[in-house]
Design a protein around this ligand. Structure first.
Ligand code: DAT
Ligand code: MG
Length: 130
């Protein structure tokens, strides 16, 4: 969960959607991400025009890192989340129901979701270091 979701009191709502879908919540951690952590997390976006606003936004308040599990959970969570742009994310999705364009340089869209088993493993290591 990104800072906008936490600020708006939507942590419970998002977790409920994940649990209601049938996935398990295996770990939860609230934290304030720093630049070094976000540089690792968003390495693929370094150099893009929205990278710096994205990092600033992600440092603007606490976030909640969650490990969820279940068959095809990566695909299933991305479906629950909806597409990146909340204006066009389908109603019924987290982004479609709970977010909108705020006129900011970076899209504020409540949640991040890993996009492959490899990125999930990498991101779990970043947010839940051994
Ligand atoms: P997603 O979060 O749907 O996986 P992404 O990995 O392409 O999307 O981008 C990461 C975040 O960066 C995204 O949630 C919001 C922001 N973002 C992506 N593309 C953007 C754009 N064209 N303009 C502004 N912000 C953008
Ligand atoms: Mg992504």
């Amino acid at each position: 969960m990104k800072p906008d979701g936490v600020r708006r009191g939507l942590v419970g709502e998002v977790i409920a959607r994940v649990e209601t879908k049938g996935y398990s919540i295996d770990a939860l951690r609230m934290l304030n991400a720093d630049r070094a952590l976000l540089e690792r997390h968003y390495a693929e976006h370094i150099g893009k025009p929205f990278y710096e606003p994205l990092v600033e936004f992600m440092m603007s308040g606490p976030i909640v890192a969650i490990i969820a599990s279940g068959n095809r959970v990566i695909e299933g969570f991305r479906s629950l989340a909806g597409v990146t742009d909340p204006t066009v994310a389908a109603p019924g999705t987290i982004r479609g129901d709970l977010a909108r364009d705020q006129g900011t340089q970076v899209v504020q869209n409540i949640v991040h979701g890993s996009d492959s088993p490899e990125s999930a493993a990498r991101e779990i290591e970043i947010f839940f270091p051994k």
